[in-house]
Design a protein around this ligand. Structure first.
Ligand code: AKG
Length: 291
């Protein structure tokens, strides 16, 4: 299962994404969900760090870019929240476990359960069958897509945020820990959209001495009819080319849609942009996938 057949490889090359149903067992999914339950139960987020997460461009710049909490999260495990879950003093208006949009960005490095999955023989075999020679893990996220209000993720290319030279060296691994359906916000892709470069880049910028971000270029208005919904069952893995355009819609259903995702970069012959918001640090250089 972890090794791709020639026809799967061809499909990935043509479409820019590929679904592998049954990549993880239900038990492997439950282990990650239980571990996240423990992390959330122990979560201690200082009041001034209770920021909400949005993918709308303006909101991103305002809510994320200006906040050190986000920009210094690349080598930590931090919590990001849905809109409207805090009162004006930062107190929770909904139960904390229902308030989180995502946890990022270094679960793969700091948490044994997520480290184990990320570096599992199955994932390593998959990367090898894609021809990756020296892949490194650049980030990881646990995405909740909460019932009733889990926010949309607007159309984007991952290389907007994780830019490399040359392009084509970033690969997203997205694993459904619960069934992802049309109702609870499955992923949608524009097949074949990974071949035209990157339309927008988020780069580091400084506001005075403070680290901030800004966008170069803009996201085209994508024709909605080009997006193909990609519902999958719990345990499915979706390979995501760094330049393929994808999105997910708001979850208005009463079922959550948990997913664990991480990004690999083929480090051989690749330059990670020093302008990316996320940078390897002395504490956490990007770990090699192959152990
Ligand atoms: C990404 O990780 O790039 C995504 O777009 C994830 C979106 C989602 O899980 O809804």
């Amino acid at each position: 299962m972890a090794c791709l057949s020639p026809s799967q490889l061809q499909k990935f090359q043509e479409d820019g994404f590929l679904v592998l149903e049954g990549f993880l067992s239900a038990d492997e999914c439950v282990a990650m969900q239980q571990r996240i339950g423990e992390l959330v139960a122990d979560m201690d987020v200082p009041l001034h760090c209770r920021i909400e997460f949005s993918t709308q461009e303006e909101e991103q710049l305002r809510s994320q870019g200006k906040k050190d909490y986000f920009l210094s999260s690349g080598d930590k495990i931090r919590f990001f929240f849905e809109k409207g879950v805090f009162d004006e003093k930062g107190n929770f208006l909904v139960p904390p476990e229902k308030s989180i949009n995502k946890i990022g960005h270094a679960l793969h490095a700091h948490d044994p359960v997520f480290r184990h999955v990320t570096h599992s023989p199955k994932v390593q075999a998959l990367a090898k069958s894609l021809g990756l020679q020296m892949p490194v893990v650049v980030q990881s996220m646990y995405i909740f897509k909460q019932p009733h209000f889990g926010g949309e993720v607007s159309p984007h290319q991952d290389s907007t945020f994780l830019y490399t030279e040359p392009l084509g060296r970033v690969l997203g691994i997205w694993i459904a820990l619960e069934d992802a359906t049309l109702e609870n916000g499955c992923l949608w892709f524009i097949p074949g959209s990974h071949t035209g470069g990157v339309s927008r880049r988020m780069v580091r910028a400084f506001a005075g001495l403070k680290l901030n971000t800004r966008f170069l270029g803009s996201e085209p208005v994508w024709d909605d009819s080009l997006f193909v919904p990609t519902p999958v069952q719990r345990g499915a893995l979706i390979l995501i080319h760094g330049e393929v355009v994808h999105k997910s819609e708001q979850n208005l259903s009463d079922r959550s849609r948990h997913a664990y995702t991480f990004h690999l970069m083929e480090s051989l012959g690749t330059m990670w942009s020093p302008e990316n918001w996320l940078q390897p640090t002395a504490e956490l250089p990007f770990p090699p996938l192959y152990t």
